[in-house]
Design a protein around this ligand. Sequence first.
Ligand code: PRP
Length: 210
Amino acid sequence: MSQILTIALAKGRILAETLPLLKRVGIEPVDDLLTSRKLIFPTNHANINLVLIRSSDVPTYVQYGAADIGIAGKDVLLEHGGEGLYERVDLKISGCKLMTAGFPNKPLPSGRLKVATKYPRIARQYFLDQGRQVELIKLYGSMELAPIVGLSDLIVDLVDTGNTLNANGLAPLEHIMDITSRLIVNRASQKMKNQAIKEFVSRIQKAVME
Ligand code: PRP
């Protein structure tokens, strides 16, 4: 009997680039993921199912084996910590940058800076490496609002086109790291479903290199 694979995909902007990649390796969901309200999707392969979840939940599903494979941004993986999973392929899609941002040409206050972010783990490490003392304020979205309403001096957030920062009178300041989407695999699945995973990963690797 062929091994069933569950692949966790992130909702949002990654999805639009993930679906064409899956299509290139011959995997197509039976419904339109971009418009459907469903969360579990069979595909044209009887042994492959997709689940559609929040990007920050993808590593958790894979860590606990609720999904064998996942596709998530490097930002989300670093913030999660990577327990229980292997990062197998840099998919080279959904490229963007993780940056600090704030008001351009406005001197920062002296003393401990307040930094709003949904990436406290990455941000803590970044400022620690620089020997800078900061107070981290965890948010779940719309970080750009924080400096405007005086909640923080800076934000740490993803920057793609820069349009969101610009629209809110902010500017990118320091580049923390480049981000792309990664293919991750549950550690136990990699052993237990070795054949199916090996085949899938090698097809994806080939598609990425084409
Ligand atoms: C991300 C990020 C910024 C924006 C950057 O948010 O948090 O707000 O995109 O993109 P830009 O530089 O092209 O304007 P996203 O839209 O993914 O939603 P989120 O607030 O749920 O993270």
